[in-house]
Design a protein around this ligand. Structure first.
Ligand code: CAA
Length: 391
């Protein structure tokens, strides 16, 4: 049975910070961000947007009534949880009106867990061929103001519907994972921003890629020649480019290298405008490749490198299904271009805004722009979400 991604949707914040404005405010050469990190802009969320609103907005882009009546599992992968106990997927299940006899869970392992979620969904559909599983990767990447990670923030959610006989991509059975216990990036429960050993984390990313890739090739008896494109987790595009360059060895012809490079350039178009969306970053690069490549065709194999600090990495592959482009959205770039541009002062105001809870645990918020769903208030410590009338 072929199991894979039948639909894929995306949501990000309605606000954007341009890298050139941030560079000026931080007295940094703008080329450090545009060339050194390969970033042009990052999405910034107001307090009324969180992993639930982004996840529900991304999911409603793809789901129809039949999907909502059939989905029997909702998995939300994140490292920016809003609650230590309740899974964010329960809110999403409710907001989207998915049939009640479904399992809803949240998964965590830094930027990696959406990959485990996809594999779990594949195994579940393998046992229950009529099932549909909604897999969502939803995150808001926040580092400290003026920290070295600040230009690599971002926000967004990718929603994927996994089922039998998928119309976009087949999930192959070739996953190879690696775990190593390291402190490259982590966020203790008492902190709203992560602790980061920045340069160490980039070295670990690249070393995890190389060692997982070697083992993956041995296990599956394949080489880079077998792939039409290779998507990588994108904390910032320059690191993913370094990764791709490392795995392109001398056995490839110039033509093969050019093809992979062209696919890579296509895969970073969205990330250059959105920034890091942690669990969703790898899948945003896949979406960018699918929606913008003119070279890909049915039957092509796409390699995927997933990396989550701490660290777990995994390589697996996908195969394109005939007619896949009919399932994709056009003009995504226009909606990114329509985000409201923030000044650095406005961005800092949004960054520091916290719920102003009274003694009963109530808070209300200013009216900010949002996607299809937004957080409207906190009542007795309960988050209140609403569908946006304009959506
Ligand atoms: N013009 C052009 N390029 C310039 C430049 C200029 N004027 N000034 C600097 N650069 C280049 C540098 O040469 C460097 O490029 P190379 O690595 O190719 O040499 C690049 O800009 C970055 O500059 P620095 O090396 O000075 O590094 P930095 O202080 O800006 O920090 C970072 C970079 C450590 C990655 C920082 O952005 C950070 O901490 N980010 C968060 C952590 C992160 O993303 N880690 C990635 C791996 S972990 C992971 O993948 C999980 C995850 O999503 C978080």
């Amino acid at each position: 049975m072929k199991i894979g991604i039948d639909k894929i949707g995306f949501a990000t914040s309605q606000y954007v910070l341009k890298m050139k404005d941030l560079a000026e405010a931080r007295h940094v050469d703008p080329e450090k961000y545009s060339k050194g990190l390969m970033l042009d802009a990052i999405s910034i969320t107001p307090i009324t947007e969180d992993i639930v609103t982004l996840a529900a907005t991304a999911s409603q882009e793809i789901l129809d009534d039949n999907d909502k009546a059939t989905i029997d599992m909702v998995i939300l992968a994140t490292e920016s949880s809003i609650d230590q106990s309740k899974a964010a997927s329960i809110y999403v299940h409710h907001l989207l009106d998915i049939q009640p006899f479904a399992r809803s869970i949240e998964m965590k392992e830094a930027c990696y867990s959406a990959t485990a979620a996809l594999d779990y969904a594949k195994l579940h559909v393998g046992m229950h061929p009529q099932s549909k599983v909604l897999v969502i990767a939803s995150d808001i990447a926040r580092y400290g103001i003026a920290s070295s990670g600040e230009p690599t923030q971002g926000a967004g959610s990718i929603a994927m519907l996994v089922k039998a006989d998928p119309r976009i991509l087949i999930l192959n059975h070739d996953n190879l994972a690696q775990t190593r216990d390291i402190m490259d990036f982590w966020r203790p429960n008492y902190s709203s921003t992560p602790c980061v050993n920045g340069i160490f984390s980039t070295k670990q990313y690249l070393d995890s890629l190389m060692t997982t890739w070697q083992e993956y090739q041995l296990k599956n008896k394949v080489s880079l020649k077998d792939f039409s494109a290779f998507c990588l987790h994108i904390p910032f595009p320059k690191l993913a480019l370094k990764g791709l360059t490392k795995i392109m060895d001398s056995s490839l012809t110039h033509e093969q290298k050019d093809k992979l490079q062209e696919a890579f350039d296509t895969s970073i178009i969205y990330s250059k405008q959105v920034g890091n969306i942690y669990t969703g970053s790898l899948y945003l690069s896949l979406l960018s490749l699918l929606e913008n490549s003119r070279a890909l065709k049915a039957g092509d194999k796409i390699g995927m490198f997933s990396y989550g600090s701490g660290a777990v990495s995994e390589i697996f592959s996908l195969e394109l299904v005939p007619g896949y482009h009919n399932m994709l959205k056009e003009n995504r770039f226009d909606s990114l271009a329509n985000r409201k541009v923030l000044s650095v002062a406005e961005y800092e105001e949004l960054f520091y805004e916290e719920p102003n809870l009274d003694s009963f645990g109530n808070a209300s918020f200013k009216d900010y722009l949002s996607g299809a769903y937004c957080l409207t208030a906190i009542n007795q410590h309960q988050r209140i979400y609403q569908k946006n009338d304009k959506s």
